[in-house]
Ligand binder design. Structure first.
Ligand code: GLC
Length: 750
């Protein structure tokens, strides 16, 4: 018996050596060669080894979810029971665990996954802030930097981009996405996937990206994280799926499913999403990882009786890898033996996972991403800070600037910096980021940014005023006194970095604590006040909005926050951000979003509020609309000019405006194109973003901005889920926000 076994072992070793290192293996075109390698390896694998590849554990050092330790993790790695690990970073740790995995019979390397959401060593603005830049190239560049830094630390796979459309700012994870619009969200999804995956798998600076959370996690009822989602398939296809489809079309390596139930079936066990749509219609060849524990969570969902049934439902529904619910490892083999899970289902899942490991080059060199030299180089890469600095400047949104209070002169006399964020450091990293020991020197605070900007030694005064939360007003007196000594006040308010993010839904999104009272006290001094608002979501701050002369929304901007904010405050960068989400006037107004339907009783202003689903005690408009953002420049839009009044297939029409910078300051404007289908077989939104162009104009400069429109741009999902266009009248809008537009009309003919 022993001879036979040792002979078999020798056969395997020979085949593996031949398979992964010979010229033959290199000679064939990539995908053919890889498919053959996958097939050959699959043939060697036992059922247990296959199931091991479908199992992902968290590392023993840090967790991003509830741990369910059961047995010796390291021993399971060594015996091929783990295919991937998450929250294992750094050359040393990844190398150690990889060496352990290579002691397994077939020496299949591990995949290391990590939430590199907006930067790894160099922290970028939170994704919602980046979305406010509308600068796709900048977002791609940011993801590229994140991938370069992460891949040097042994990370193969990031659980990003999060592409969940969200219309409810009470949901803490709006900070992680791209806002409320499917068109903008789709373009940003593509840009981020391209940035993370770079030159393609196998390149040592490319990491696998992961479109998450599939699907409609952002539509949780009440904005309460992990809550249920229920919507028509038409709404799902029209609003929530487009960014996922865009990510798939961009070649995203993996998908992650979601915690929520969708129309009564948990996303993790949802065959419509994962099999029919993703792997069927969309022909997705990557693999799907469950979200943390979401397979096991189908038990509390009331969808699975136990982990065994959860494993059965999840794997048959297309969830290929089990993140930390420990359901696949103990139960899949029995389910196959009982005939409840076909071996073809297991093989398909394992094939998808192995394919990625081959594509990443991990069989050829399991340690290729764990490079001490690269990690050291990336650890203090000044070029990366510059990319983050540029992104941070473009992410800020100027909400108000009465009497052109901004930009400030660098020769302003005494400036008082007041508020709980003036000297903050790690807060600027926002949620889903990494704290490093040298952050206190590495992250630029607002205080430091302004100081460095005013190196003329202009006197800077400081008072904290109050904390982010709590009702302690004892610092008000000192803050007021400090303001009175100054010529001008820069006042920082907002929410703490961990008040948005996962499991951070809030029922009230006002400025926390007594911060708005501090604003009132400082404004009451009569000094000019510039308010900076740091947050991971749209907040409600009506008194401040109505009474402070200047407001700059700074979100969370990452490592270079203070430098970027100082550049905008003192005019070295003219703010160009546009809101990717509507800002509600009150929580009661949520959900409020620009691309709503017209209803049978549309109110067109605040007086006839006895129509439409308007509140009798509130304006029908958001506090700040989607696409809104001011500049230090002034942009004038001419009327819309159409190349034709009718549009026919094959004969696109051009819509143009002349944009003029009527100010004395150069600036970038994001010209937005919206359409409205006036009559269709299903009701259509009053506006849909269908294009935008960013253009820099010097003072006094004019430029024609032109958009081409074809019937394909006007498609929508009808009540049979067909993606079609229909003839009829359309309105076209071009402008500086979803509410400030010039319009024209055309007719689409068959
Ligand atoms: C979390 C998040 C998911 C993340 C995963 C791993 O619960 O929902 O976005 O990628 O677990 O940290």
């Amino acid at each position: 018996m022993q001879d036979l076994k040792s002979m078999r072992m020798k056969q395997i070793a020979t085949l593996l050596l031949f398979l992964f290192s010979t010229q033959l293996h290199q000679a064939q075109p990539g995908n053919v060669r890889i498919e053959k390698s996958v097939d050959s390896l699959l043939r060697l694998m036992t059922l247990e080894e296959k199931i091991g590849q479908m199992n992902q554990y968290n590392g023993p050092w840090a967790a991003t979810g509830p741990l369910t330790n059961d047995g010796n993790l390291l021993d399971q790695v060594k015996t091929g029971k783990v295919g991937s690990m998450l929250n294992v970073t750094g050359v040393q740790r990844t190398s150690e665990l990889q060496a352990l995995a290579l002691q397994s019979r077939l020496k299949i390397p591990l995949l290391f996954g990590q939430d590199v959401i907006h930067g790894y060593r160099t922290i970028f603005p939170i994704p919602l802030a980046e979305a406010a830049s509308w600068d796709l190239a900048a977002m791609e560049a940011g993801a590229r930097v994140a991938a370069t830094e992460a891949s040097a630390a042994g990370i193969h796979w990031t659980f990003a981009p999060m592409v969940d459309i969200a219309r409810d700012p009470r949901w803490g994870r709006v900070m992680e996405g791209a806002g409320e619009d499917p068109y903008l969200g789709s373009l940003i999804a593509k840009a981020r996937v391209k940035g993370f995956q770079g030159k393609g798998f196998g390149d040592t600076s490319a990491v696998m990206a992961c479109a998450k959370h599939f699907a409609a996690y952002g539509a949780a009822v009440g904005g309460r994280d992990y809550n249920s989602v229920d919507m028509s398939l038409r709404q799902l296809h029209e609003v929530y799926l487009p960014p996922f489809k865009a990510a798939a079309e961009a070649g995203v390596a993996t998908f992650m499913n979601a915690f929520n139930d969708l129309n009564g079936i948990p996303a993790t066990g949802n065959a419509y999403l994962q099999r029919s749509l993703l792997k069927g219609d969309w022909k997705f060849r990557g693999f799907v990882v469950s979200d943390w524990g979401s397979i096991g969570e189908m038990i509390p969902h009331g969808y699975s009786a136990n982990n065994k049934e959860a494993a059965l439902q999840a794997v048959n529904a297309g969830s290929d890898m089990d993140m930390e619910s420990r359901s696949y490892l103990p139960h899949l083999a029995a389910l196959v033996k009982e005939g409840k899970v076909k071996m073809t289902v297991i093989d398909d899942a394992v094939r998808r996972i192995l394919r990625k490991k081959f594509e990443m080059g991990l069989f050829a060199d399991p340690y290729k991403f764990s490079s001490e030299q690269r990690e050291k180089t990336q650890w203090n890469n000044q070029a990366h800070r510059k990319v983050a600095f540029e992104m941070a400047k473009k992410s800020m949104v100027l909400l108000k600037n009465e009497k052109n209070l901004l930009p400030l002169s660098k020769s302003t006399g005494r400036i008082a910096l007041i508020g709980p964020f003036v000297k903050a450091k790690s807060d600027h990293n926002g949620f889903w980021s990494y704290d490093w020991p040298d952050d206190t020197t590495r992250i630029v605070s607002i205080w430091e940014g302004v100081q460095q900007k005013l190196n003329t030694g202009a006197a800077l005064l400081y008072a904290k005023g109050c904390s982010i939360t709590g009702d302690d007003r004892s610092g008000f007196a000192e803050a007021v006194e400090t303001a009175q000594k100054a010529e001008l006040v820069i006042l920082t308010v907002g929410e703490a970095r961990d008040m948005s993010g996962e499991a951070k839904s809030r029922s009230t999104i006002q400025l926390p604590g007594v911060q708005e009272e501090l604003v009132k006290a400082i404004v009451a001094t009569g000094k000019p006040v510039v308010v900076l608002i740091s947050a991971g979501r749209p907040l409600v701050f009506n008194w401040t909005a109505d009474n402070a002369p200047a407001i700059l929304y700074t979100w969370w901007l990452g490592t270079e926050a203070g430098n970027a904010i100082a550049d905008v405050l003192f005019g070295d960068y003219n703010p160009s951000g546009k809101l990717p989400m509507s800002f509600p006037r009150t929580e009661g107004q949520i959900p409020v979003y620009y691309n709503h339907y017209n209803t049978g009783r549309p109110a067109t202003n605040d007086s006839d509020r006895f129509y439409r689903s308007a509140y009798t005690d509130l304006s029908i408009y958001p506090k700040y609309p989607f696409g809104y953002g001011l500049s230090y420049a002034r942009f004038h839009y001419s009327d819309v000019r159409l190349s034709a009044k009718t549009l026919r297939p094959g004969q696109p029409i051009q819509a143009a405006v002349t944009l003029t910078n009527t100010s004395a300051t150069g600036g970038t404007e994001t010209v937005q194109l919206y359409i409205r289908d006036l009559t269709a077989s299903v009701v259509r939104p009053v506006k849909e973003l269908k294009g935008f162009q960013q253009v820099f104009l010097h003072a006094g400069e004019s430029k024609e901005i032109r958009f081409s429109i074809s019937p394909e741009d006007l498609r929508f999902y009808n009540d049979r889920l067909q993606y079609i266009w229909e003839p009829g009248k359309f309105r076209i809008f071009i402008g500086t926000s979803s509410m400030d537009v010039k319009e024209a009309e055309f007719e689409l003919m068959r």
